[in-house]
Every structure is written in structure tokens, then in C-alpha cells.
Design a protein around this ligand. Structure first.
Ligand SMILES: [Fe+2]
Length: 546
């Protein structure tokens, strides 16, 4: 069966193609359109679909739109608010429902040959859930979905046994942990539905002194759900305007919101475990990208293992909806083994891009060793290899790499990327060396947990140690990522450190680099010392000012 998954309703529009139960391709529209998060999450934009991502998925899989057995759209308009006589009521929610109902016709326009009758709607949180329990390597798991909102809910708790989901609880809107976190994000001067991870980073600089008040406002209800009261954020700290900087009160507020989120997640996980007794928990939804909360849950929660789908945000619902429908059509589902599901280019095509750009390049005998040389000499490398990643994390395919032993490299990376100075950068490490250096859930191939850096290593890799002594680790297994593992081994051979700084390959406010042109533009505009484009190495020409 050929099943195309579509996320188009709120933000992060994306497409995924499943052929005979195997994930063949998945991509986010922002990587094609170069518009961060694809679109603004307002009802008026609901008609905008991941046209380029969907067309690419079909082309990559060699599947004609007419040959699709189903298209799975990750929102069910039958569960949404009905449009009334006045379309403007309820903040235009009815318009959203109307646009989703018409998505099959919009898709037919975007994908010529598609039979709109093959489009099927999957409830938003079922799609999130399926992106976890069907993609995970374990056949049976408890499932927790937490995000801003779906049709009428913001959460789902359930149990999946051999691919069959039983929903045990869900929380209706307006109560939403994701929306509480979004509101805090906006109050702290960041972009909602986008910059929540900045609040998580800022939290490390504060004390959770508003936690008692937030415990009154955000409560677990003991039945698998929770309530969130309207919050007057200015009673804790004044709102931060875009061009203002935050102070200690703001960091304390971030710490308080983060702490309350963690406490409620723990309550929800405990309730779920009481119902299921399962060993494993699978998670998705935007809140499941909160790696600090995930580690808190792994450490204190009742589950032995937690698996989080790497595209846990709304982009991942394209994958989840497609897996859900493929499974319903009778295909056995093959678990996901990598997030590298996006575009790639042949060596010849990459070479042609370099020749077109007329930049001098080398073809070293081993790109991994050549890059390790640059890193060991404290250069920063733009690393473009293989298929691009699905989800918000760079996992060694579209990465910016640096030497972790120089403390100043944190500032340098944040400068290159135009990021706030309080933001940490993350380490990648050979999986077999990880436990010696980091303490926390291992292996961690998708950077969805934070780890404590063991004390004797902190001074050896200062660039990747956050202010609270943690790091968000990506473990690299040579069986899954042979080239990245070779680069790490080569760096260790030169420096004694099996750790490299890894952050996403992009500059301020732009989506991650996806194609070779993006890579060349990024390299051309940022003070990066070398670009490793497939097997080719481009070095920055240094010229002193006249
Ligand atoms: Fe969602």
C-alpha cells in the first residue's frame, strides 16, 4: 500500500510517504519553501498545504499520485468546531474546519492525478500517538501525547498493544499544557509555537520561586487529565518586548513554568502507568520536544524506557497519520530506525553545485579525517552529508560542527547562528563512550533528553556544558551512522575527545539547510571555516582587510 501523510492544519506543514509499511520519505515544507515553520498557525492559513514536500515524497518513492491508496490528513474536521452563521465567531475556528474539509480538493490541485476520495482524516492526537507507538521499536507501550491543541483536546493518554491503540484519557481544551508554555514563551519576548526551547534554556538560569503559585493554576486532576486556569503572567514578571532583554525575574518565571510542566507530566505518567503497568512509554506532541522534562520523567517516572519520536511536533503528525492508515489497511509497520528521511544528492550532483558556484574545493581521501583536522585546529565546519533530517534536530546530516574543548566556541557558534548568548550547544558522542562522559538516558540518538556531564569531563568539553552542568547529547552508533562515527573517531584520534559540538546548520531565523544551494548560501554568509559537502571540502579563503 502507498500512503501519503499530510500535516497542514496549524504549523510545521509536512508530508511523509509509507510504502508497504515502511517509511520511505518524510520532509517538512519549511526546508523547501525556506519559510521557518512553513506558515503562521492562524485559521486563514489552514488551506496552505505541504505541496513541495508532498510532491518530493512521491517523486522520491517513485509513486504517482494516482497510485496512492490513501492520503492521511492529521486533523479530523468532524471533531472541529462547526462554522456558524457568522464565520468570525470563536476566533474563526469554523473557517479552519471548512478549509480542512476542502483539503482533499486543494490536494488534488497540488498533486495532479490524486483521487480526492482517497483522503482520510485522522484525529490530530491519534496521529501524534501513532507517530510514537507505531514508529517506536517496541510493539507494546503506554502512549502520552501533549501539545498545544488538536481539534478539541490538548492531550491523549493511551495504551498501544501490537499496533492497536486504546485511548484511556484525553484533556479537552481550553486546558492545555502546551498553550501554557506557549503563553509563557510569548510573555518572555520569544515567538510562540516556535521558541519554546528558549524558555527551557532560560529556565536553567533561574530559581522556580513562582512554583507554589503555578501549582494552584496548573493542576493534575487525578483521572489522567489536568486543568489550566487563565494566568496573568505580569504578576510574576513584566512582559518582555522583542528588542528587550530578560532579567532575573524572567529567568525565575521560566524556571517555574518548566518545573510545573515537569511535575504535571510526572503526575500524568504515574496515572498512566497505574492503568497499564507497562515498561515502556512512547511520547509525541510538541511538549515531548522538551528534553529537560523528558529526562526528569526518565529519572523519576515509573517507566523503564521512554522513546520519543524525533519529529514530535506537528510535522510528525504527517508520519503518524500515514502509519495509522497504513496499519488500518493491513500493512505490517516497520519501526523507524532513523530521522534521516529527507532529500539527498549524489556526489556528482554535489560536485556540479560546487562547479556552478565556482568555489575552489578539494576531494580529500577521507572527508571524515579532513573534517577532523579542521575541527582539531579549532575550525568550525558546515557538515552536509546524506539525507536531511525529519524534525527540528540536526543529527549529523545538516550540522554545524566545532571543537568542544574551547569554552569560547559556545559564543562563536551562537554568533554564527545569530542566537541568544544563553542558548547552549549540544555534543555528539560515540555511543560506546557516552556513559563514561554523560549520565542520563542512553543511547540517545535523537537528542531528546538532557544528560549530566560527569564532573571530570566538564573542563575537557566546556563548550557543550550548559550553566546547570547538563548537555543535550546525541549518541552516534557506527552501525547506523558510519560516516559521522568515523569523523568522531578521527577527532578523538587527534584530540583524545570522542565528542564534537553539533548544532543545526542554519543562520538566524532560517530553516535548517536542506539542499546544496542552502549550504553554499549559509557557508557564504557565515564565518564558517570549512564546508564538507558530501566528499568535497571547501575551505574559507582568509583575506586580510585592505
Ligand atoms: Fe499537535
Amino acid at each position: 500500500m502507498n500512503v501519503l501523510g499530510i500535516n497542514g492544519v496549524f504549523h510545521d506543514p509536512a508530508a511523509a510517504l509509507i510504502v508497504d509499511g515502511v517509511v520511505v520519505a518524510a520532509g517538512e515544507e519549511e526546508r523547501f519553501s525556506r519559510r521557518k515553520h512553513g506558515k503562521v498557525p492562524v485559521p486563514f492559513s489552514t488551506w496552505e498545504l505541504p505541496e513541495a514536500a508532498a510532491a518530493w515524497c512521491l517523486a522520491h518513492g517513485g509513486v504517482d499520485a494516482a497510485a496512492l491508496d490513501a492520503v492521511a490528513y492529521s486533523y479530523d474536521p468532524r471533531l472541529g468546531r462547526r462554522p456558524g452563521d457568522d464565520i468570525t465567531t470563536d476566533a474563526w475556528e469554523g473557517l479552519r474546519t471548512l478549509y480542512v474539509e476542502r483539503a482533499p480538493l486543494f490536494l488534488k490541485t497540488a498533486l495532479p492525478g490524486l483521487d480526492p476520495g482517497r483522503v482520510t482524516f485522522v484525529p490530530h492526537h491519534v496521529a501524534h500517538a501513532a507517530s510514537a507507538y507505531l514508529a517506536a521499536p517496541m510493539p507494546t507501550s503506554s502512549v502520552l501525547v501533549l501539545d498545544g491543541r488538536g481539534e478539541r483536546a490538548s492531550h491523549l493518554a493511551g495504551r498501544a498493544v501490537n499496533g492497536e491503540l486504546k485511548i484511556l484519557a484525553s484533556q479537552e481544551l481550553p486546558h492545555s499544557l502546551g498553550l501554557v508554555y506557549e503563553e509563557a514563551t510569548a510573555h518572555l519576548g520569544f515567538r510562540r509555537s516556535s521558541d519554546e526551547y528558549k524558555v527551557m534554556a532560560l529556565a536553567s538560569y533561574g530559581r522556580p520561586r513562582f512554583l507554589p503559585a503555578l501549582r494552584e493554576l496548573v493542576r493534575a486532576t487525578g483521572d489522567g487529565g489536568f486543568t489550566t486556569a487563565p494566568i496573568d503572567w505580569s504578576r510574576f514578571a513584566p512582559a518582555v518586548a522583542r528588542d528587550e532583554t530578560w532579567g532575573a525575574r524572567h529567568a525565575d518565571l521560566a524556571a517555574s513554568v518548566q518545573a510545573r510542566l515537569q511535575e504535571v507530566m510526572l503526575d500524568l505518567a504515574r496515572w498512566l502507568h497505574e492503568q497499564t503497568g507497562d515498561r515502556d512509554l512512547t511520547m509525541a506532541g510538541g511538549v515531548a520536544l522538551n528534553c529537560v522534562a523528558n529526562s526528569w520523567l526518565a529519572e523519576r517516572g515509573p517507566f523503564e524506557r521512554i522513546w520519543v519520536q524525533p519529529a514530535a511536533g506537528d510535522a510528525g503528525t504527517a508520519l503518524g497519520a500515514a502509519l495509522y492508515v497504513a496499519q488500518r489497511l493491513g500493512d505490517p509497520i516497520t519501526p523507524m530506525t532513523t530521522a534521516a528521511l529527507g532529500r539527498e544528492w549524489t556526489d556528482d550532483a554535489l560536485r556540479a553545485w560546487l562547479e556552478t558556484a565556482a568555489v575552489p574545493f578539494e576531494t580529500p581521501p577521507d572527508i571524515a579525517g579532513a573534517v577532523a583536522d579542521v575541527l582539531a585546529a579549532n575550525g568550525v565546519v558546515a557538515w552536509f552529508q546524506g539525507r536531511s533530517e525529519y524534525g527540528p534536530r540536526a543529527l549529523g546530516h545538516r550540522s554545524l560542527l566545532a571543537n568542544p574543548s574551547h569554552p569560547d566556541n559556545l559564543r562563536r557558534m551562537n554568533d554564527i547562528k545569530g542566537r541568544e548568548p544563553f542558548r547552549p550547544v549540544a555534543p555528539m558522542v560515540l555511543v560506546e563512550r557516552a556513559a563514561e562522559i554523560f549520565q542520563g538516558p542512553l543511547p540517545s540518538p535523537y537528542m531528546l533528553f538532557t544528560h549530566r556531564v560527569r564532573p571530570r569531563w566538564r573542563s575537557r568539553i566546556p563548550a557543550v556544558v550548559h550553566v546547570d552542568g547538563t548537555a543535550r547529547v546525541q549518541t552516534v552508533d557506527a552501525r547506523d551512522e558510519p560516516l559521522v562515527a568515523r569523523m568522531l573517531s578521527a577527532f578523538e584520534a587527534r584530540t583524545g575527545l570522542p565528542v564534537v559540538v553539533n548544532t543545526s546548520l542554519n543562520t538566524a531565523g532560517r530553516p535548517m539547510v536542506d539542499d546544496p544551494r542552502d549550504a553554499l548560501e549559509c557557508f557564504g554568509s557565515a564565518p564558517v571555516d570549512a564546508l564538507a559537502l558530501g566528499p568535497y571540502l571547501v575551505r574559507r579563503a582568509r583575506r586580510s582587510a585592505a
